[in-house]
Structure formats: structure tokens, C-alpha cells
Design a protein around this ligand. Structure first.
Ligand SMILES: O=P([O-])([O-])O[C@@H]1[C@H](O)[C@H](O)[C@@H](O)[C@H](O)[C@H]1O
Ligand SMILES: [Mg+2]
Length: 283
């Protein structure tokens, strides 16, 4: 049977590449910064503009009303996060906005596609490095058309682990995050890293540069595309307590294998976060 979502997949790659070119260009100009949920949760005109470009192009291609869209900036303007069985695009126009603002060279466009609430494909364009990561369910993961695979390291002492601290600066949460990092570092592991973009971090797991990446507090648009890429590269994605991964939970552990995942999970100090599909009240 012909691949039902091949057109959508090819289109997503084209749109991500075009969006990345807009981001690169915008990075050469003056960047005006605003804040969202906190003073360190940054947003720029480029985030909004690129999301409009991406959703606009997707609607031109597939705008017969059967497709739904969940985009970071639309949600921050008050749209609810509702994932139905309909074909749904999950978009982070600029993952790594803080990096973008500071000229730190990792910024990604992340586009995922889900049907019947299952992720079908993911595209992550690391636009400053000009690397196109992509994966289609059951068909492998690729970086610039070269197939990628997770690392085969099983010894935690030979691993590099990524975690991030997100944008919540409450002392209780930051304390737990750093306590977890300290425990992992002292296992000991070879190193701790973080690129500043969850989407890129997942591609680093998928391509074998690191063994695991976990974070509490990410949103579905940060990781949806990366989830497919990690799985198709032979890795696994779990909840931070070792249970099944839940796209809406804002908790995610991705690893090259279960030995590494379980060893890290033992050290994670979990703190509560509001789910992405929590009913919209306020804003
Ligand atoms: O805001 P944004 O730059 O799109 O996304 C952020 C990045 O992915 C960062 O690595 C992660 O630590 C944050 O949790 C995300 O919110
Ligand atoms: Mg993001």
C-alpha cells in the first residue's frame, strides 16, 4: 500500500527548511525580545512570524479543514491544546528562542504530525548548523539523508547525558533539577550537556552523540518530532518515572537503550508541572 502520509512528510521537510532560512536571516538583524510565562521565557517577532509562515503553508497544502494545528505561539495566545484523532500538526517554530536571542548557535524548527493520536513523523531542522533530521514511523531516522542510529553504550560510566533547566526559576524546582544533575554527574558519567533546544537534544540522542536526554517542563511542541526521530533511530522514549511516555505530561526521558534510561531514572527528582492539555483558564 502506498504510504498515506508521504506528501505531508515531504512537505514538512520543505516547510521546515524554508522556515529555517527565515530564522537565519532574522538572526542577522536586530532582535526585539518580549517575555511570556516568566521574565526568562522569551519570545520574539520571529517566533510568531515563522509560526504564521509554517501554518500558512501547511494550510495551503492541506487546508481542506481535515487537519488540525497545535503551535507554540498560538497556544501562548490562548488556543487550547487539543489532540484529537484527526491529522494534527504539532509545531515549534523556533525551538531554542533563548539561543536565538543570544546568538548561541543551536536553534531548531520542529514539526511533527500525528494521526489517531499517534506520531507518524517528525522533522527537526537545526537551522544554524543546516542539519535536517527527519523520521517517518517504521522507516528509520535520517540526518541529511544519511540514516542515523543511537549509540550502543550500555555502561552508564561511559555515557554523556543531556538535561535542561527550562524557564521556571522557582527555588524548589531549580534545587531538584540541580540535585538530579549532581547525582547523575557523580555516578559518574563522562559528562553532562545541553544544547538549549529540546528538539536538537533529541536529535543528539538519535545520532549517537549522547546517550540520553530528559526534561520535566518541556511542552509537546518541543519534543513531538524528536520522539519519532529517537524511536526510529533505535532509541526509546519513556516517562521520567519509567512508565509509558505521555505526550501531554511535560515529562520525557529519551535514551539509547533501557539500561541507560533506568539508571538515570533512578536519580531523577520529579516535581509537579501542569499538563499541556490542562483546561485553559486564565491567560
Ligand atoms: O521556548 P523554546 O525555546 O521553544 O523551547 C525551550 C527549549 O526547548 C529548551 O531546551 C527547553 O529546556 C525548554 O523547556 C523549552 O521550552
Ligand atoms: Mg521549544
Amino acid at each position: 500500500m502506498a504510504d498515506p502520509w508521504q506528501n505531508e512528510y515531504d512537505f514538512a521537510v520543505q516547510v521546515a527548511r524554508a522556515a529555517g532560512a527565515v530564522i537565519r536571516k532574522a538572526g542577522e538583524e536586530e532582535i526585539k525580545v518580549q517575555t511570556k510565562s516568566s521574565t526568562v521565557d522569551l519570545v520574539t517577532k520571529t517566533d510568531e512570524r515563522v509560526e504564521k509562515i509554517i501554518i500558512g503553508s501547511l494550510k495551503e497544502g492541506f487546508g481542506d479543514g481535515t487537519h488540525c494545528f497545535i503551535g507554540e505561539e498560538s497556544v501562548s495566545k490562548g488556543e487550547p491544546v487539543i489532540l484529537t484523532d484527526k491529522p494534527t500538526w504539532i509545531i515549534d517554530p523556533v525551538d531554542g528562542t533563548t539561543n536565538f536571542v543570544h546568538g548561541f548557535p543551536f536553534v531548531a524548527v520542529s514539526i511533527a504530525f500525528a494521526v489517531n493520536k499517534e506520531l507518524e513523523f517528525g522533522v527537526v531542522y537545526s537551522c544554524l548548523e543546516d542539519k535536517m533530521y527527519k523520521a517517518r514511523k517504521g522507516k528509520g531516522a535520517f540526518c541529511d539523508d544519511e540514516q542515523i542510529q543511537v549509540s550502543d553504550v550500555k555502561d552508564i560510566h561511559k555515557s554523556i547525558i543531556i538535561s535542561e533547566h527550562g524557564t521556571d526559576r522557582s527555588v524548589e524546582k531549580v534545587t531538584k533539577i540541580f540535585s538530579t544533575m549532581q547525582k547523575i554527574l557523580c555516578i559518574p558519567v563522562h559528562g553532562l550537556r545541553g544544547s538549549g533546544t529540546a528538539a536538537t537534544n533529541m536529535c543528539l540522542v538519535a545520532s549517537g552523540a549522547v546517550e540520553a536526554f530528559f526534561e520535566i517542563g518541556i511542552h509537546l511542541w518541543d519534543i513531538a518530532a524528536g520522539v519519532v526521530i529517537v524511536r526510529e533511530a533505535g532509541g526509546l522514549v519513556l516517562d521520567v518515572d519509567g512508565g509509558p511516555f505521555d505526550l501531554m505530561s511535560r515529562r520525557m526521558m529519551s535514551a539509547n537503550n533501557n539500561v541507560i534510561a533506568q539508571r538515570i531514572i533512578k536519580e531523577i527528582e520529579i516535581f509537579p508541572v501542569e499538563r499541556d492539555d490542562a483546561p485553559v483558564q486564565k491567560k
